[in-house]
Write a new protein. Structure first.
Length: 280
């Protein structure tokens, strides 16, 4: 399946981030816990190589716990600080203030040696569309959030948000989007809903999901849709259509409707806690 998802504003967004990166101490990167590698932007490692890094495995409640543990270990081995959260419910978010202090410990101690006291850590939150960046910022900031306005040397339009006495967040427009020649990355992004459904072939996408689930999570489709995981992937989708009464006129099966149900129920976690990629 060929998925096109690379928009034309990438160069502009990258240039903006190069400017913004000079102003901050820490990059907080949100990834989707179901596809932690595919939902990362490879450019961020290059742009932020001299900055402290915190990776948040968001939507960790939708990923399986074994996968979450493996990805935590994987990113820690790469030298990142890592934490799993659910931005929507707020699970895990309270611990982030402490993690930021740990991640920026060297910077804080360096300031102290220079006689600079109580300067808050400046952080930038990055993440691809639909990873939960806005939800996270709103949950993390809460009602205590106050915009401190433009500061000297800051490009017009950027806003610093004072989260508390220890942390300021650079709220900046523009989101970086991953580019990869690997079509599997595109398929995974499409499956979790990070690419608009209206530019996709949902029938094909659902078959890709069925194929993966039958291999990596045998039995979950059988349990959810009361079917036998036998035959081809198309035959499994056919069983989903029958069991969910997806019919066109003349009792013909509506495969597209069945595909939509399957993808929606995967994305909402109704099929179960699923991780679509594991560390190699």
């Amino acid at each position: 399946m060929n998925v096109q998802w690379y928009p034309g504003h990438m160069t502009k967004a990258k240039r903006m981030m190069q400017e913004d990166i000079k102003l901050i101490d820490l990059i907080v990167e949100l990834v989707d816990a179901r596809i932690p590698l595919s939902s990362r932007n490879p450019d961020i490692d290059e742009l932020g190589k001299n900055k402290s890094r915190l990776i948040l495995l968001n939507k960790s409640d939708l990923a399986d716990e074994k996968g979450n543990s493996q990805w935590e270990a994987y990113f820690k081995a790469q030298g990142f600080h890592v934490h799993k959260i659910n931005a929507r419910s707020g699970a895990g978010v309270k611990a982030i203030n402490g993690l930021i202090q740990v991640a920026c410990k060297e910077k804080i101690e360096r300031d102290r040696r220079r006689g600079i006291k109580n300067r808050p850590v400046r952080a930038m939150v990055v993440g691809i569309p639909n990873v939960g960046k806005s939800t996270f910022i709103n949950t993390f900031a809460g009602k205590a959030c106050t915009k401190t306005g433009n500061k000297p040397g800051v490009t017009k339009g950027k806003q610093w948000i004072r989260l508390n006495k220890n942390v300021e967040l650079l709220d900046t427009p523009g989101i970086l989007w991953p580019k990869s020649e690997d079509q599997e990355v595109g398929v995974r992004l499409a499956v979790i809903g990070s690419i608009k459904d209206d530019i996709l072939n949902l029938d094909e996408l659902s078959l890709s999901l069925i194929h993966y689930l039958r291999e990596a999570y045998p039995g979950v489709l059988a349990e959810r849709y009361q079917l036998e995981e036998k035959g081809s992937d198309v035959e499994v989708l056919e069983q989903v259509a029958k069991n969910r009464n997806c019919l066109l006129r003349g009792q013909e099966l509506d495969y597209s409707k069945a595909a939509g149900i399957l993808l929606d129920e995967f994305r909402s976690g109704k099929i179960g806690r699923i991780t679509l990629e594991m560390p190699s």
